[in-house]
Design a protein around this ligand. Structure first.
Ligand code: ATP
Ligand SMILES: Nc1nc2c(ncn2[C@@H]2O[C@H](COP(=O)(O)O)[C@@H](O)[C@H]2O)c(=O)[nH]1
Length: 363
């Protein structure tokens, strides 16, 4: 029996985060009864929130603790290290923004990702400038360092494109539903089709311990910039508009109508890429080898400069089966928590340590 099965009987007494916790987790009967008692004791009319984000698979057995006034840390029992820590956010900046935007109560899941992951890399630029070529080369040279975030799109596959590798090819209705359900980090209508980065796509790369690369358009880059994800934003420019057109035509994958549309959009994208302030770096892809060398230099420098997670002093939490998960709390009052990001993406900076006995441990 899932927690949602008991919801009708307590609908008069609703509390956003407790109800979402009960609905989303498979809690034990005792936990459910305790939660109902708590709800009854609240004695006021509250609302059931919409649950956003890619939720953990249903699980039995967990421990949980409230972190500050923003989120709940849920530790799944008997799960692999890359799937044991989840955050249910109920009052983070993202939640406040969504609440305002959607006009309803919301909570959101964010998966806890172990380690001090290096910042994801967002690459944008007009169609045909060579983003894909640069990324392929990088992935080929450093296959265990970088991982590509496989986007969803409603456009038809090109001849050599494979589902799940180049894109997740999907239908508009299905993608729109997933967007409404909060499963996407960002999405945009590009050249007449829907494109988007699912939270799962980014998590899949992080679960492999790799640095995530996103090839997305300028609108998508703007959305990621506005989110809590800390990434490096790179805009690729062509040496000239004529050369861009030449490359787009020589690729031979678009109809004349599509080429015209992409070239029209390129003018606006180039303008925005250069002037909007979204991008940390602009790279001109003129001679390929020299551009690729600059691209690598830039990533290497950023890697060295990547902000280290601060030392952790506050929260800690226990997990059964001989493992303790230590949550990175704020170091000083007023400083932001040292775990990074959060819904609509994963929360990085978790530290999971094996130990001889379960129990809460101070660092
Ligand atoms: N520096 C370069 N000089 C000449 N040709 C290039 C260069 N870089 C890439 N190309 C070629 O330009 C064409 C477009 O490149 P690519 O497909 O990588 O562009 P893209 O930016 O990923 O496009 P889209 O946004 O449509 O996916 C390809 O045929 C590629 O081989
Ligand atoms: N906002 C997003 N834009 C995306 C995503 N995946 C790809 N793109 C951009 O779309 C255009 C066209 O791509 P094509 O494969 O049809 O040539 C290109 O600029 C990509 O950067 C995404 O997930 N979100």
């Amino acid at each position: 029996m899932t927690a949602s099965a008991i919801l009708p009987s307590v609908k008069r007494f609703r509390h956003p985060f407790l109800m979402a916790w009960m609905r989303a987790c498979w809690c034990s009967l005792i936990q459910r009864l305790m939660a109902i008692r708590l709800l009854l004791s609240l004695g006021r009319r509250l609302t059931i929130p919409s649950v956003l984000g890619a939720a953990p698979a249903p699980f039995r057995g967990h421990s949980a603790m409230v972190l500050g006034e923003e989120r709940l840390l849920v530790l799944k029992q008997n799960s692999s290290p890359d799937d044991c820590a989840w955050f249910l956010e109920f009052n983070t900046p993202f939640i406040k923004e969504q609440r305002k935007k959607l006009g309803v109560e919301v909570v959101a899941w964010s998966k806890g990702v172990e380690g001090d992951c290096l910042k994801p890399i967002v690459i944008s630029g007009p169609s045909g400038v060579g983003k894909g070529t640069l990324i392929s080369r990088l992935m080929k040279e450093f296959p265990s360092t970088f991982g590509f975030s496989v986007s969803h799109t409603t456009r038809s596959p090109r001849e050599k494109e494979k589902d799940g590798i180049h894109y997740h090819f999907t239908q508009k209705n299905a993608m729109e539903k997933d967007i409404t359900d909060g499963k996407f980090l960002e999405h945009a209508s590009v050249h007449g089709n829907l494109y988007g980065t699912s939270i799962k796509a980014v998590e899949a790369v992080m679960d492999e311990g790799k640095r995530c690369i996103l090839d997305i358009d300028v609108q998508g880059a703007k959305s990621v910039r506005a989110s809590s994800i800390e990434a490096i934003f790179i805009f690729i420019c062509p040496p000239s508009f004529e050369e861009l057109e030449k490359r787009l035509r020589s690729r031979g994958t678009e109809s004349e109508e599509q080429i015209q549309k992409r070239l029209r959009n390129a003018r606006a994208e180039l303008e925005e890429g250069k002037t909007s302030g979204i991008f940390d770096h602009l790279l001109v892809n003129d001679e390929f080898e020299s551009c690729y060398a600059d691209f690598k230099k830039l990533l290497c420098l950023e890697g060295l400069n990547a902000k280290k997670i601060e030392e952790i002093t506050s929260h800690s939490a226990s997990k059964e089966d001989g493992k303790i998960l230590i949550y990175c709390g704020a170091t000083e009052a007023g400083k932001r928590p040292s775990s990074i990001g959060g819904a609509p993406g994963p929360t990085t900076g978790m530290k999971i340590r094996p130990t001889v006995a379960p129990g809460v441990k101070e660092l």
